[in-house]
Design a binder for this molecule. Structure first.
Ligand code: SAH
Length: 247
């Protein structure tokens, strides 16, 4: 096998701990990958780093494992939140997956006036985030918040966190101008992407009058919401986050 399977475990891990795997993870290791006793896999718990583990026994009822040693020490990722307006099901899946790979520390579904009122599937979003974190070797799974209206989000905002909103109207500054030159470069940050229908006039007005909000333009082309999510997080990571040289 090219690389060891990697699983997110919801209990805290430490060397020599013996634990049982959740049913779906047990099924994946023993039935799908056909591993058995003594096979190795990697596990992370979001708090204590990553560990190499060994399967002790694989039977129909239970799969037991033991933590052998720590393979990577814990490191906290960049402090960048994603606020996004949910779109259609598979496109929202894509947003959660890419935001996880691109290092979002928290993901907040935001209901705007033109958000198509698809059901907010928090459990599904969590499952997508877990799978993406396992695959991309992150040591944490981004936290998924309950959906809230844009007004509520802004009313409760901590003003020490800069909110970069992706402004499709063309009135925003370029990512380089905003992310390199602004004094809040090293402050906690969030990026906000609107729904397929865009923000409405009242929302633009509400956003623009907040002291902590910066409007960012991602060029002349109108991007789909999921493309804008990937572009915004990539720009932030390159200028302010963990893609900077030496980090
Ligand atoms: N229907 C709208 C476009 C919405 S695109 C229109 O035709 O104007 C969905 C979201 O992606 C937008 O709300 C914005 O946050 C982001 N976005 C798309 N293209 C962008 C661009 N060129 N610059 C900044 N943000 C953009």
């Amino acid at each position: 096998m090219a690389s060891k399977p990697r699983l997110y475990i919801t209990q805290e891990l430490r060397e020599n701990l013996e634990f049982f795997l959740a049913d779906d993870q047990a099924h994946y290791l023993c039935n799908v990958l056909r591993l058995s006793a003594k096979s190795l896999f990697l596990a992370f718990d979001g708090k204590n780093g990553e560990f190499e583990c060994e399967i002790l026994k694989c039977d129909k009822k239970q799969v037991a494992a033991r933590v052998l040693r720590q393979s990577r020490a814990f490191e906290k990722g960049a402090d960048i939140w994603l606020l996004f307006a949910p779109v259609k099901k598979d496109r929202t899946d894509f947003i959660i997956e890419k935001a996880t790979e691109l290092g979002a520390s928290k993901i907040v579904p935001v209901i705007t006036r033109r958000t198509i009122s698809e059901k907010i599937r928090k459990e599904r979003y969590i499952a997508q985030a877990v799978e993406a974190a396992e695959q991309c070797r992150r040591l944490e799974v981004p936290e998924i918040e309950e959906a809230r209206s844009l007004e509520t989000v802004l009313k409760n905002w901590d003003k020490n966190r800069t909110l970069y909103f992706m402004d499709e109207s063309g009135k925003g500054k370029t990512p380089a101008e905003v992310f390199i030159n602004e004094p809040e470069k090293n402050m906690p940050a969030a990026v906000l992407i609107g729904p397929e229908g865009g923000f409405d006039d009242q929302e633009f007005e509400l956003l623009r009058k907040q002291s902590y909000v910066r409007a960012v333009s991602l060029g002349k082309r109108i991007l789909r919401a999921e493309t804008a999510v990937a572009a915004a997080l990539s720009c932030w990571q390159a200028y302010c986050g963990d893609w900077r040289i030496g980090e």
